[in-house]
Design a protein around this ligand. Sequence first.
Ligand code: ATP
Ligand code: MG
Ligand code: MG
Length: 555
Amino acid sequence: EEKLLSNFIQDIIDKDMEENTYGGRVHTRFPPEPNGYLHVGHAKSICLNFGIAAQNKGKTNLRFDDTNPSKEDTEYVESIMEDVRWLGFDWEDRMFYASDYFEQLYDYAVELIKNGKAYVCDLSSEEIRQYRGTLTEPGKNSPYRDRSIEENIDLFTRMRNGEFPDGSKVLRAKIDMASPNLNMRDPVLYRILRATHHRTKDKWCIYPMYDYAHPLSDYIEGITHSICTLEFEDHRPLYDWCLNELNLKSAPKQIEFARLNLNYTITSKRKLLELVKGGYVRGWDDPRMPTISGLRRRGYTPEAIRDFCSRIGVAKADSTVDIGLLEHCIREDLNKRATRVMAVLRPLKVIIDNYPDDYEEEFAAENNPEDPNAGSRMVPFSKVIYIERDDFMEDPPKKFFRLSPGNEVRLKHAYFIKCESVVKDEKTGEIIELHVSYDPATRGGNAPDGRKVKGTLHWVSAKHGINAEVRLYESLFTVPNPGEEKEGMDYKDNLNPDSLEVLTDCKLEPSLKNADSKGRYQFLRIGYFCADFRDFSNERPVFNRIVGLKDSWAK
Ligand code: ATP
Ligand code: MG
Ligand code: MG
C-alpha cells in the first residue's frame, strides 16, 4: 500500500472541492516535451500528477508538449510512453499532443488580435531583448505596437502562409512594457520557423511559444490543476493572462512545486543528451544514467522508484536529495524479494586436497531468508572451487577473519576449510591457487566439537560454475554538484573515469544459467545484480550491479 499524498497541492484541491470550483473534478496532466528520455526528476512529476489525481478519483492525461519542432522526435515519444507505463501509470485513452491543437491555438491568437491584445512585431530577437529593459529598468514599447487590428490580422495570416522569412516577424501579446515581471513585457506568442515537425511535418511554419500553448492546451483538455516546477512561478501571470483575455471559464490553475535535484548526478535533458551524443555513456539507457530507462536496465524496480518519490515528498522550496536515499529504496525492495545466490567476481582457485577426487555432492541453499515462501535450491560442490581473491591474504592484519595460511573458515552451506599452502607464479609472485583441507564432520556448516570459525565465504564449484561478465557501476560523477564545484567548471569535468568496471572472468553458481532477464539476485556478500537485458544470453551471461549491500543512508 503506497502512502496517500498529503501536501500543499492536496490542500489546494480540497479547497477547490469545497468551493466547487471545478464541479468536483480533478484532472491533471504530465506534459513532457519529446526531446529526450525521461529522467528520475520526471518520475517525481509523474508520480505526483498520476498520484494526486488517483487519490481524488480524477484523471491524468499524457500530453506531448511538442511545439518546438527542431528538437523533437518520435523516438522520444515512444520511450516516454514506455517509461510512464513501466513506472506503473496508465493514461488509458488520454494521450494527446499539443500539436493536435495548432489550428485551435491559431484561432485563439486571431481572437487575441481582434480583442486588441496581440500584435505582429518586426523587431529582431536581439532588438526585442534590448527593448525589454531589465529588472530595474522598464522596457520600451515596440514601434510596431500600435498597428491596427486589420493590419495585424493580415500580417499574421501571411506569417502562417509562409510569406516572411524565419525570424523576421513574431506575434506578441500586448500587455505592459513596464511590468515588474519581465515575462509580462509583451512576450512573444508565435515565431516563424521552417522546421519539419515530427507529426505535422511541413504544414506549419509558425509555432506557438510554450507560455502561450501551455495554458490553452490545459484548457482544451479540461485540466483543472496544472502542476509544474518552480521555475515557472514567474510565468503564472502570463498563464492566467492568456486564459483571462480569451474569457475562458473554469480555467485551470497552475501550481508550482520544487523540482527534484539529486546529488552526484544531473537531471537536465540537455546535458543528458550531450552525454549520449558525445559518447560519454553508451546511450540513453546506459545503466549509469539517471534516466528511467537507465535505472530500468540497471535493475531498479518501479516500486523502488515510486517509494523514493513518495519519501522525498512535494515541497515549495528547492533542495537536493541524497542519491543514498534512492539506493536505500532499491535495497529495501530487493532485500524482500531478491533470490540469494553465490557468485565469485574475482576468482581464486582452491583445491581441497583431502576431498575425494571424482566425488560431488549438493547442498540445499535457502533462496531468501526474508521470505519463508521463497524455498531453496541445490548448489553443487566438488574438489576444486573458486573463492573471491579478496577473501584470502597471505600475510593478514590482525582483524582479518577470512582465509589465510593456517586459518580455518566456513564455506557457506558446506564445510570448514583450512589453508595448507599457497602456490605462486615463480616469476611474478602472483598467487595462482590455494591448497586447503576440509573437515568432513562440518558438513552443513557446523563442527560437532563446537569449535567456531569467524569467517564465512561464498564459493562456486569450478566444475559446475558458469562463466559470466559482470559490470560494476559507480556514480557517473565524482562530486555532489557536477559543474558547480568551482567557478568556470563544466559538469563534464567531473565525470568519474571509473564509473564502469567490467569483470570478464566471473564464476557463478549454475542456477544462474537460467537467469531471467527480469530476475534480480543478491550475490551473497556482494550486492544486488540483474541480467543485462540487452547483452545477456545463455551462451554469454552478463550481469549488472544494481547496488552494493552496504547502506550509507542515515535514517
Ligand atoms: P529538462 O529541464 O530536463 O529539459 P523539462 O522540464 O524541460 O526538463 P519537460 O519534458 O518539459 O522537461 O518536463 C515534463 C514535466 O516534468 C514538466 O512538468 C516538468 O516540470 C517536470 N520535470 C522536469 N524535470 C523535473 C525535475 N527534476 N523534478 C520534478 N519535475 C520535473
Ligand atoms: Mg519543459
Ligand atoms: Mg527542457
